[in-house]
Design a protein around this ligand. Structure first.
Ligand SMILES: CC(C)(COP(=O)(O)OP(=O)(O)OC[C@H]1O[C@@H](n2cnc3c(N)ncnc32)[C@H](O)[C@@H]1OP(=O)(O)O)[C@@H](O)C(=O)NCCC(=O)NCCS
Length: 209
């Protein structure tokens, strides 16, 4: 389906636009994500309180939670089983309202299509999802904050987020995460080059006045 639509796009494009599309697809492509994080002990409680049940779950619960998270693939689950992973889950009665994953080890990163090394005293946040019926209640902030309170204060909790994903960036900045670098994968003629850069901590977005 996706390939067909690319072909349709090419057919509809003028020669110049077609050249650009081919260049982006076959010659050069870059996936870049910002690095955000905070020490567990530096996390700040979200301003909204959440009156739903929150649980930190192990491998036995992965499949049930995964069925409620459209952003998770079987490949992710397979990696989670092989890595040291905890699933933070928020329940409304028996219904799963949201879930978020914390993992470490040699972590497979789906968007960057490569492994990232996450040491034992760090926790890598990924595949967070809030059911649309429950958005606007700071559940993402709540899940990460709840997890931060369960691990040693000096441990680093971090993740990679697209700059354009403002709901995620704000959710994390509100609880103390700061931007401190970028990770990217660049493809030139299909060949991947990994790039990591640490940058000085960036001030968070200001709440609307
Ligand atoms: C990102 C996500 C987890 C956040 O869900 P949530 O916890 O319900 O977040 P909220 O709706 O409470 O929003 C958090 C903040 O972002 C703001 N926000 C939400 N959507 C926004 C948008 N489209 N543009 C700008 N700001 C937005 C909210 O106003 C809120 O800010 P506040 O703290 O100042 O009130 C949810 O949108 C989601 O599941 N998205 C799809 C999957 C995804 O992107 N996962 C995260 C990958 S890192």
């Amino acid at each position: 389906m996706a390939e067909e639509s690319k072909v349709d796009q090419l057919r509809a494009a003028g020669p110049r636009q077609a050249a650009t599309l081919v260049f982006r697809k076959a010659v050069y492509r870059k996936v870049e994500m910002g690095r955000w994080g905070a020490k567990a002990g530096d996390h700040v409680a979200p301003s909204r309180t959440v009156d739903l049940r929150t649980e930190l779950l192990g491998p036995d619960a992965y499949d049930a939670v995964a069925d409620t998270n459209p952003h998770l693939s079987d490949v992710d689950l397979d990696h989670f089983h092989r890595q040291d992973t905890i699933c933070i889950t928020v329940y409304d009665g028996e219904r799963i309202a949201s879930s978020s994953w914390m993992t470490r080890g040699e972590v497979w990163h789906h968007e960057l299509q490569r492994h990232i090394a996450v040491p034992d005293d760090e926790h890598f946040s990924c595949r967070s999802y809030v059911d649309p019926d429950y958005r606007g209640r700071s559940l993402f902030s709540h899940m990460v904050y709840s997890y931060a309170r369960s691990v040693p204060a000096d441990d680093l909790i971090w993740g990679l987020v697209y700059e354009w994903n403002l709901a995620s960036v704000l959710s994390l900045e509100r609880i103390g995460w700061r931007h401190s670098g970028v990770e990217s994968s660049t493809y030139l003629f299909g060949r991947q080059r990994a790039h990591s850069a640490r940058t000085p901590e960036r001030p968070p977005h200001q709440p609307p006045s």
